[in-house]
Design a protein around this ligand. Structure first.
Ligand SMILES: [Zn+2]
Length: 231
């Protein structure tokens, strides 16, 4: 399980570099529903979630937003700066309130210029994000709603640092690219198998092992990729 009180990306850096980054960051509380930036919108800050988590997604025309990935304390928002790109291809919206660190964009760009080690770490993390987005696209095409729902619930569970979290069927439908009715049926099946309980917009993970066994292979694939590159 991830450490509860730190950002793993910063924690994985050499100690002096990690400390310098921490000293340059401001502690904030991210609030559920807040937009950190829109697609193609210049970053004002980079963010390192600690207890908060943020979804990355996209919107096409009049369709509901489609959420493609999650960032919690294993990562950061604003990693494309390592490529010299000041925007991202996705929107970033807070889905779980909690503590985070942030640094003004220009300051982080200075840090990237100063430290090839930081540049490499952020570049590797960017590769993890790409793999998560690619995995989500393939998952949506090939896998059934039930195993996909289990995958997303595990992804949220890993980043929420609590067994119970608030989430609406509408947001789950946006995460799965599925109709709300399909999500309701899939959630009901997980509840009938006593893997989760769902009441008034709050989901409790009751049987984590069972949920892992029910998820599609995409959950393990994304974690495995992160571990190979960054753990
Ligand atoms: Zn899948």
């Amino acid at each position: 399980m991830p450490a509860r009180t730190e950002n793993r990306l910063i924690q994985g850096l050499p100690r002096t570099l990690g400390r310098r980054l921490l000293n340059g960051c401001e502690s904030i509380c991210l609030v559920e529903g807040n937009s950190l930036f829109g697609a193609d919108e210049p970053f004002q800050y980079v963010y390192f979630p600690i207890l908060a988590f943020v979804s990355m997604g996209t919107t096409l025309g009049d369709h509901a937003p489609l959420e493609m990935g999650l960032v919690g304390n294993e990562g950061m928002l604003g990693a494309t700066l390592a490529l010299g790109v000041n925007t991202g291809p996705v929107h970033a919206v807070v889905r779980g309130s909690g503590a985070a660190l942030r640094m003004p964009r220009e300051q982080f760009q200075d840090e990237l210029r100063l430290s090839p080690v930081l540049n490499r770490a952020v570049g590797l993390y960017l590769s993890v994000i790409m793999s998560q987005l690619i995995q989500s696209a393939a998952c949506m095409h090939f896998h059934e709603v039930g195993p996909r729902l289990a995958r997303w619930l595990l992804m949220i569970h890993d980043r929420a640092h609590t067994d119970q979290f608030a989430i609406t069927h509408e947001l789950l439908a946006n995460m799965l690219g599925a109709r709300r009715s399909g999500v309701t049926i899939a959630a009901g099946q997980l509840q009938d198998r006593k893997l989760i309980s769902y009441r008034r917009g709050r989901i409790s993970v009751v049987n984590r092992k069972g949920l892992e066994a029910s998820a599609c292979e995409c959950y393990e694939a994304t974690i495995g990729y992160y571990d190979r590159l960054l753990a």
